[in-house]
Design a protein around this ligand. Sequence first.
Ligand SMILES: [Zn+2]
Length: 246
Amino acid sequence: MSLPSAILAQFQQSKRMVVVTGGGMSAESGIASFRQALIGPWLNYDVRDLATPQAYARNPKLVWQWYDFRRRLAEQTKPSPAHHALVDLEQHIPEFLLVSLAIDGLHWRAGSRDMVEFNGCVQRTRCVENGHLGDWDEEGETPPHCQRCGSPLRPDVVLLGEGFARNDVTRATRAVEQCDTILFLGEISALDPVAQFPFIAQRANACRIVIAPDNSVFSLMANLVLQTTPGQIFPQLIAQLTGNGN
Ligand SMILES: [Zn+2]
């Protein structure tokens, strides 16, 4: 059996699947990484000035403007064929969870719903005092203030040094412990707890699949590895799975 056929067969028999994505999926839509986005007025800034809780405490306006810039970059892009294929896969698998390190909101825009966004989403804001999620007024102060409690707003993303939300880690880890198949799609930063997922999945006897161009802990621990970008083959595979191909 060819590698794509073996992966397709595993998708066909899977009842409980976890898919993990990160920077590689964002790149499919042309989203710049943190460092790639340090252009124009942002060229000489350091991550410590823009993306830490200390930076927000020192200069909330600057941190807000940086994430506002990245939000606008994300809004200028569209979900890729691989993002749309993941939505079809979600609808095909009885128990499915997407775990993403991306903050661009493209999975949501494509239609993915069973999802844990470890790093949050640049399209959302929350207030500093009470964590109220909500809309903001583009015309007013920078950063804007919460319409419910008046506290300043910040992007609903995990800043460096804050750590992931415990609920998210628990939900994702439990899904990996119980899955029969885990797919690592595109390049993904090997940060904990995501870097532990291949080992947890191995203990659960789950099939570990990687579709990504790079070598990583994920490919090292996998049963099936397709060394290519998500856009190259994944959409065709899912079209075959759901009967929209051929
Ligand atoms: Zn509030």
